[in-house]
Every structure is written in C-alpha cells, then in structure tokens.
Design a protein around this ligand. Structure first.
Ligand code: DAH
Length: 340
C-alpha cells in the first residue's frame, strides 16, 4: 500500500511541460519496467483478503497515469503544431471523394436480396477448401476432369487442400450442419486454373442456391428461377432450360435468359441466338443428400449455381471480364448500388 501511495503522489506532482518531460513521464510510469507496472504483477502475491482492494487501486492508478499521459500528449502536439507551422485554419479543405461499391459486390447483394425476399437465408464458407466438400461429397468420380491439376489450384504440400472451384461446396457444408427444411443462398469467390481472356478469368464469383425439403419438385425450381430472372432483368425476361450434366444433380439443366441486349433478335453477346446462359441447376442427386447425412427417401431438393461476372456483364453491358479485376477507378466510379 505504501508503494501505491508513493507512486500516486509522484504522479500527482509530476509536471509535463515539454516533449522531454512527456517522455520522462512515460518511462517512469508506463513502461513494462516501471514501478507501477511491477505493482501490477505483484497483485497475485498479495494476501487473498487484500487482493481485491489492492488490485483495484493499482488498476485505478494505472488508468490515471495513462489518461494523464494521453491528455498531456495531445496538448503538446497541439502546441507544437501551432508554434511551428503556418497553419491556416480558415483554408477550405480538399474534398474527399467517396468510394463506391464494386459492381461485383452490387450484383452479389442484389441476387441475395431477391432470394432473401422469398425465404432464402444467406450463408458463407471458406475459399480454401478440402477435396471432400468440393468434389467427393458432390459425387465427382475420381477421374473427373474438374479434379485435374489443369483446372484446380491445389496447395502444393497437401493435395487434399485446394481453392474451391465452385460454391457448391457450401451445399455440403450447409447440409452437414442442418436438417431440412433448408433454403440457403451462398455467395462466394471461386478459383480455376484458366487462361485469362476477355470472357474468362481464374478468379470469379458465384452464388449457389439450395432448397431441400419434403416434396420439392423440378417445377418449383423452374418457377423460382423464372421469378429471379424477371426480378433481376425485367418483367419481360424469358427463361429456357436445356438438359445438361452435373455430377451432383439429376436431372441437370442449364438456364438461359432471353438476351437483354438485343431483346432476343440476335446480337454478338448472345452469338445471334437470342439467349444467354446464366446458371446451372438441377435436382440434388440422392447420393449427395446421403453423403451429407440427409434421408433421400424422405427429402428431395433443388440446387443452382449462377455466375456473377456473366450476369454483371449482361446487366451493365460490358464486354471484358478483366475490367472487374483491374480496379481502374475510372471504370469503378460509374457504378452505384440501387438506392444510392
Ligand atoms: N457448380 C456448377 C459450376 O460451377 C454450377 C452448378 C450447377 C451449381 C448445377 C449447382 C447446380 O448447384 O445444381 O459450374
């Protein structure tokens, strides 16, 4: 207790009137080796009945020293500025330009908003994944080309660890944790070892959707995706589903929307077909449900995965995917989120 009183009175008498004395104060009261700091480490050696009050007093003293120091420091800095500079506080300040949201983020948020309004909740998961969540649980055969070194970025020292090539890994993560009904939407970044061109990049973004419950049908999926397309691209948008193949869905389809640039009459973007592909979808393969601990006799589900860059290019009518990764502010500043 006497040490506390001693330090307290030293502290109260200490006058800080220069940068030197400020530093002396710091050395005397705030460094690890200061007496005050040593008292803190003494707390545990004090008799139990006195420990609480001792600890309280030492901590109060420490806070007081810290506060005293901060106040004196702020004062010194202010004095230094005023004394040594030609500061003119009446000068107009330079305007700060506000940043805007990246077009990819705007699009991801828009997609999630549309689905959240019809009962989907948004979940996320790791970019660095393992083979089980990206491939094995999703029914990819051992020799499937997507596992090939040419498509997937593996971690050199550990071939089981990789950068996810699609957000479908989040289907597995969700189903492993939760029993139906499941209705989620999963936005995320994905990676593929591909050459960078105006139409493809090694990093891009997807939003995955998953609905698992009793009696979920293909017809429901189709209607939900039509609703989405019209919310996103306008009421007159049409969709068409083409049969396709994905290891994790059966049956599988790819969905096109009517080209919103030429209105369906044919242009370069839709390669004169009037249609542009925006997503893959299908009924979740029963063995995927089983792999994730869900009873495939009781439940069915649908899933879909849509490419954000493709949709952003369509919506904003840009023709080079690389623009989204170069971060040229002249490009980025043109985008504003809806409502901004
Ligand atoms: N994961 C697929 C891809 O990256 C997209 C996809 C297709 C996701 C069908 C799905 C689906 O959920 O059901 O190409």
């Amino acid at each position: 207790m006497t040490s506390i009183d001693k330090i307290k009175s030293q502290l109260e008498q200490f006058a800080i009137d220069s940068l030197d004395t400020l530093e002396q104060f710091r050395l005397q009261f705030l460094t690890k080796k200061s007496e005050l700091q040593e008292l803190l480490s003494e707390i545990k050696n004090v008799a139990p009945e006195e420990r609480k009050s001792f600890g309280q007093q030492v901590n109060e003293l420490k806070q007081k020293a810290q506060q005293f120091y901060e106040e004196a420091k702020a004062k010194m800095e202010c004095q230094a500025v005023q004394a040594g500079s030609d500061l003119d506080v009446t000068r107009p300040s330079t305007a700060v330009t506000l940043g805007s949201m990246h077009p990819i983020s705007i699009m991801m948020n828009e997609v999630c908003d549309i689905f959240e309004k019809i009962g989907f909740s948004t979940v996320s998961g790791p970019d660095v994944e393992d083979d089980w969540h990206v491939f094995t649980a999703l029914n990819f055969p051992e020799e499937h080309p997507a596992r090939d070194m040419q498509d997937t970025f593996f971690i050199e020292l550990h071939p089981d660890i990789l950068l996810r090539t699609h957000t479908s890994s989040l289907q597995v993560r969700t189903m492993e944790k939760q029993q139906p009904p499941i209705r989620v939407i999963c936005p995320g970044r994905v990676f593929r070892n591909e050459a960078i061109t105006s139409r493809a990049h090694c990093i891009f973004h997807q939003v995955e959707g998953l609905y698992v419950a009793e009696n979920v049908s293909f017809a429901e999926m189709k209607q939900t995706l039509l609703y989405f397309a019209q919310q996103m691209f306008g009421k007159d948008t049409k969709i068409r589903l083409r049969p396709s193949y994905f290891p994790f869905t059966e049956p599988s389809a790819e969905m096109d929307i009517s080209c919103n640039i030429c209105g369906g009459s044919g242009c370069a973007l839709c390669k004169h077909t009037g249609w542009v592909e925006i997503l893959g979808c299908g009924m979740v393969d029963p063995s995927v449900l089983e792999n994730c601990g869900i009873d495939s006799k009781k439940y069915t589900g649908y899933a879909f995965g849509l490419g954000i860059e493709r949709m952003t290019m369509l919506k904003y009518r840009t023709n080079d995917i690389r623009l989204y990764f170069e971060n040229d502010v002249r490009f980025l500043r043109q985008f504003k989120a809806a409502g901004n």
